[in-house]
Ligand binder design. Sequence first.
Ligand SMILES: [Zn+2]
Ligand SMILES: [Zn+2]
Ligand SMILES: [Zn+2]
Length: 439
Amino acid sequence: MIDRLNQPDYDRWANQIKRTGGCRQPIHLRGKVEHYDQATGQLLHRYSTTTEPNGVLRVACKTRRAARCPACAEIYRADTYQLVRAGLIGGKGVPETVSSHPCLFVTLTAPSFGAVHARREKNDRVLPCHARRDAQTCPHGQVMSCTNRHRADDPRLGEPLCADCYDYDGSVLFNAISPELWRRFTLALRRRFAKLNRLTVQALREHVTIAFAKVAEYQRRGVVHFHAVIRLDGPDGPNSPPPAWATADALAQAVQHAAAAVTAEVKPLSRAFQWGPQLDARRITMDGDLTEQAVAAYIAKYATKAAECVGTLDRRIQPLDNLDAFPIRDHARRLIAACMHLGNHPGLADLRLTRWAHMLGFRGHFSTKSRHYSTTLGELRTAREEHMRGQEITTGRLPLFDEDTVLVIAHWQYAGQGHSAGDALLATAITGTASGGHP
Ligand SMILES: [Zn+2]
Ligand SMILES: [Zn+2]
Ligand SMILES: [Zn+2]
């Protein structure tokens, strides 16, 4: 800290840190940008990191993972919120008329892989976990009953009553196959919705498009659920109204049917997976129980969470890592171990279970949307970067050039990431964020 404070370029360093918005693990870039006049070849402006503190420019890491960088994940969360919300009520280039399109909030769950400790409430009272009067004893001598009224922070929540009975392979295979199951669900939904309206899928496209935005959420037991906004548009997406016969009720009916009908197989193991029996499909309305703000906030929240809420590791696991040495609970360890041993199966190579063991087998995107759902994260980001660039121009850092007449040549090189312990403390003081030291 003292060393940094005594540097003659401390102010410049502090300025860089402020611009990262409190990023916990800023990326260090080394390089230069040169602006040339297209016509004459004259160098108009040069920026180089050689004059920056330590010869690098520190930029925000832009992760979406709150566990890695709270400041950057917050920006991602806010952008996701705007994106989902624009798809529900318009804005950011999406017409406001979209709010009149039939729209559902759908939750697709995972099936059971064995009884787990659960906290259930009824009328504000916590119920016993698994109260069974004539509970069976499993082959491992475990009575399959639990009369605990678990507290919300009980670490056993989501863990199996008997770990030896629990289908760990099934759990990680479901995570691995769930993106495919989702894809099949969307195809089946289009087919069913067309059929309900006595149309072919081809003919349906001339009247209706079905738009999606979804997030994956890890349950405490370590499997993913999907939450999705499903909206009916006219043939040209959000700009065109769907026909009157394309109703929310018909959509809900098609969702129920498609969710129950689809299967995804893991052929080498002769296993097939379906969605769990709990399916929730509710209408999103401007004034009802389920408002567009609530849905957007919900989806955005899960977009920044990954498997860490299950208590797994926040990094890739190497084949030679000693699983027993990880400071995690046995349940997470067994899920990871299942990924590692299934990952060795030659027929399952395309599931890449070893690579995604720390994610308990899930390698999909956390938040995805169909092409016509609303604006994109990229557009929101560009808008923000242009705003920042505008600020740079007005503060005299970059001269204002006409984009079309100027040739920009940039060379950038990755030069590391994170803060030293002293820098991390100073960064916290400067940006007012809890910025952890570099691991
Ligand atoms: Zn960051
Ligand atoms: Zn229990
Ligand atoms: Zn057992």
